[in-house]
Design a protein around this ligand. Structure first.
Ligand code: BDR
Ligand code: CA
Length: 319
């Protein structure tokens, strides 16, 4: 079996960040070397508490968790979206954390971890990019220790979810997203298009809540929370799909495309504008553009299976 890939996760836990953490922590393909927290789905302190509580609940090994930016680099931030529940993680009543965060700020933790790493590391960014933008601006040298950034953010051809044009993570901190995407580092963007494709039904979520393992029970509770919030018979694995793309890139269809993050203050602020024209050579394109690999489609049954296996609950999800 191949050596597990060393990864760092940046999260705003967040019900679907929690699903992503459950997948990452359970996957034998990944070696999670640290988790950094940032304000987004809920206030920073809540994100840290949720992350620590989740790790306790699954009896995870002592992976370092660091608190980072409590607001975007320029904007004041957006109100917490109500969909994640009063505690930001589906109101499962998991209690207070027993483990502690590390003392370092997330940016310092990332600088130290990357500088000390023997080989470049993969970063999985599932939240507003405030921590990562600050890291790259303050310590540009660490870029040589980053193998690739997998970023959940933006839209390719899908509509936005926070405004008609913009996805939450990019709309929350557009300047940070622009800094990261323009950094010249290899980026795989996992936008709302594939994010919306991997579903779990309410019935399957109920079956998960009856599982023996704590990861499956928590995942089931979170998915049920979203089903009930939206009044839908299914919900999404959301950010966990980004982790699935790292574990199993062959399940994703990826295109190399130029992208621009809209920073103006109008109704398109935070939109990721892709040049989707078939012929782009010789055609005008004003402003700053950068090439990223963008995931446009995923093999949903394949990622559902990956998720079910990681949760130890293959029998709970239909084929
Ligand atoms: C993204 O925003 C948050 O609501 C989710 O955690 C995900 O990272 C989707 O727009
Ligand atoms: Ca998130």
């Amino acid at each position: 079996m191949a050596k597990p890939l060393p990864v760092l996760l940046d999260v705003d836990t967040g019900g679907d960040d929690a699903l992503a953490l459950l997948l990452a922590m359970a996957s034998p393909a990944l070696d999670v070397r640290g988790i950094t927290c940032v304000a987004g789905n809920c206030a920073l302190e809540r994100v840290v508490t949720n992350t620590l509580t989740l790790l306790d609940a699954i009896e995870a090994p002592p992976v370092p968790v660091a608190a980072g930016m409590d607001r975007p680099v320029l904007d004041p931030g957006l109100p917490a979206p109500p969909l994640h529940g009063g505690d930001g993680m589906g109101d499962l009543g998991l209690g207070a954390p027993r483990r502690s965060r590390v003392d370092d700020h997330a940016v310092e933790f990332l600088r130290r971890t990357l500088s000390d790493a023997e080989e470049p590391m993969t970063m999985i960014c599932l939240a507003p990019l405030s921590n990562i933008a600050m890291l790259l601006r303050m310590y540009p040298c660490v870029g040589e220790k980053i193998e690739r950034l997998y970023v959940m953010g933006g839209t390719y051809a899908a509509p936005g979810n926070t405004t008609p044009a913009a996805e939450f993570n990019v709309r929350y901190d557009p300047e940070a997203a622009s800094v990261v995407l323009q950094s010249g580092l290899p980026v795989t963007l996992y936008p709302l298009d594939p994010f919306m494709q991997v579903r779990i039904t309410e019935e399957e979520a109920e079956a998960l809540t009856r599982s023996r393992g704590s990861s499956a029970r928590i995942a089931g509770g979170i998915i049920l929370h979203y089903c009930r919030f939206f009044g839908m018979a299914f919900s999404l694995i959301g950010d966990a799909g980004t982790v699935a793309t790292v574990i199993d890139p062959e399940g994703a269809t990826t295109l190399e495309r130029p992208v621009h993050v809209e920073l103006s203050s109008g109704i398109t602020r935070g939109a990721t504008v892709f040049d989707r024209r078939i012929l782009t050579d010789g055609f005008a394109r004003e402003g700053e553009w950068t090439e990223v690999d963008v995931v446009t489609k995923v093999d949903a049954p394949r990622y559902r299976k990956l998720m079910a296996a990681a949760l130890g609950a293959v029998e709970a999800l239909d084929d």
